[in-house]
Write a protein that binds this ligand. Structure first.
Ligand code: LFR
Length: 476
């Protein structure tokens, strides 16, 4: 028996709706819709174009229903930390983009109330200036929180618009900085200490929970059968991606590689120590209560933002395959920079920022576009190697293989450099790990995975159906 579910996967640069077919020894994805996600800068800052995204999601779901009348469930994932404030059914303003600079003020306000080392002891979350709690502090200063009765993270917002149910899916809620990783519930004392109204936070639910059927008006709009259900999955895209890592043995590290690179290991219990805080490792919630012990290293954002700048300069499109071929052909030694430096977070002229990073340290910057590209990829691989080494040291979990999933798994140069710099074999793919993780958790929740349905069994199914590409480290 084969079951059909739909995955809505919203990334920072594009979104997609996919049909997923799951059966015994069967796992297939069929793309239904792909649409751009273009943030918009207006007077008060950088926002997500959430209504356009929602319109694209419903249009995509309508196509999914047309293509697959037997559709049984819908799951939604997106990037983390961002949210909408609601007053009743009404959305207050347009959700901000995590790259909006207002978060700097939120960090200041929050750390005045609770210093970072205490926050870390409570939530186990790495410092990122855009974590939800900092964004909420900025809203609080503007009086926005007082006007709201609910905060919904992006996938929870879409689920609310589809079903009318307000929930906080737990893997994504773990990126707010307000969840207690030991209990999986909101840290009420911390929420109070920060002066965040407790009423804003809906009940956390775990992946697999049934959020509810489509609202009748939505079902009519989509042409969907009454009773078509939205199922909670690992709604943090990285949680879904990690769930779909095609690992067949323990002792693996993963790199979920897209706009960001999320680099780490999976654990049964959080590691919240002085050393993990100093190394800025996070303990995010995974599917089945696992812990994603990882670091946010920057990602292909560095390259895409550079390409955007070069395109502005040359007034025409730049072909990525040619640029990567030229970067592969670079034989001169290129310098490496700290890809995780926060100066690279905000949008802007990335090649100039990279050049400044080197100049500030009295170092020669890479010259040509090919060299800059090579330097970006070498710097990412260098950061990956460091993060993987630290993840193993801090968690005590040895690593013998590195799985790269997501868009970056198609970048052969980056995968090879990662193998070379880690000294470990790299297994690359699947590209659509996030959508696969989304689909598998829905299918399992609907009882559609026969036999063993442990995370390990799901991963083995991914490994059988999406065989990864192997990169061996160069002999040293
Ligand atoms: C990846 C991701 C990261 C998160 C960043 C911002 O898409 O979800 O895990 O830190 O986006 O939300």
């Amino acid at each position: 028996m084969t079951a059909a579910v739909a995955a809505v996967d919203l990334g920072a640069t594009s979104g997609r709706v996919m049909l997923g077919y799951v059966g015994h020894d069967e796992l297939r994805l069929v793309p239904v819709a792909r649409f751009p996600n273009n943030p918009v800068r207006v007077a008060d800052g950088l926002h997500w174009n959430i209504l356009e995204l929602y319109r694209s999601v419903t249009a995509g779901l309508a196509s999914a229903v047309r293509d697959e009348p037997g559709l049984e469930s819908i799951g939604i994932d997106s990037w983390a930390v961002d949210y909408a404030l609601l007053d009743g059914e009404r959305m207050l303003g347009t959700p901000f983009h995590y790259r909006d600079e207002r978060t700097a003020r939120g960090v200041e306000l929050t750390h005045e109330k609770v210093p970072f080392d205490e926050l870390y002891r409570r939530s186990g979350l790495q410092f990122l200036p855009f974590n939800t709690l900092y964004q909420l502090a900025a809203e609080q200063e503007g009086g926005w929180l007082d006007r709201a009765d609910t905060m919904l993270l992006i996938p929870d917002l879409i689920a609310f618009w589809l079903t009318g149910s307000r929930r906080a899916e737990a893997t994504n809620a773990s990126t707010t900085g307000l969840l207690d990783p030991r209990t999986g519930g909101w840290d009420d004392a911390l929420v109070e200490q920060l002066g965040i109204p407790r009423r804003l936070l809906p009940e956390p639910v775990r992946p697999g929970h049934e959020i509810g059927p489509l609202l009748p008006a939505v079902a009519a709009e989509l042409g969907a059968p009454a009773g078509l259900t939205v199922t909670a999955i690992g709604s943090h895209d990285t949680a879904s991606a990690v769930a779909a890592v095609p690992a067949t043995e323990p002792g693996f590290a993963y790199i979920s590689s897209g706009t960001w690179s999320l680099v780490g290991v999976e654990l049964e219990h959080p590691v919240i120590t002085e050393a993990s805080r100093a190394a800025n490792f996070t303990n995010e919630g995974g599917v089945d209560g696992r812990v994603r012990f990882l670091q946010n290293v920057s990602g292909l954002w560095l390259l895409s933002e550079s390409v955007r700048q070069w395109e502005r300069e040359s007034g025409g499109p730049i072909a990525l395959p040619e640029l990567l071929a030229a970067a592969t052909a670079v034989t001169r030694h290129v310098p490496v920079f700290d890809a995780g430096d926060p100066v690279f977070i905000a949008p802007g002229d990335m090649p100039a920022r990279i050049a400044t990073w080197f100049a500030d340290r009295g170092l020669a910057a890479p010259g040509s576009r090919a060299e800059v590209t090579r330097s970006i990829l070498e710097s990412l691989a260098d950061a990956y190697a460091r993060s993987i080494r630290q993840a193993a040291e801090l968690s005590g979990q040895p690593v013998s293989v590195v799985h790269v999933v997501g868009g970056g798994s198609q970048n052969a140069l980056l995968c090879q450099l990662t193998a070379d710099r880690t000294g470990l074999p790299v297994l690359a793919g699947p590209v659509e790990a996030t959508a696969i993780g989304n689909v598998l958790v829905q299918a399992r929740a609907r009882g559609l995975v026969a036999g063993d349905s442990s995370l390990e069994a799901l991963r083995a199914l991914v490994a059988r159906t999406f065989a990864p590409t192997r990169y061996s480290p160069a002999a040293r």
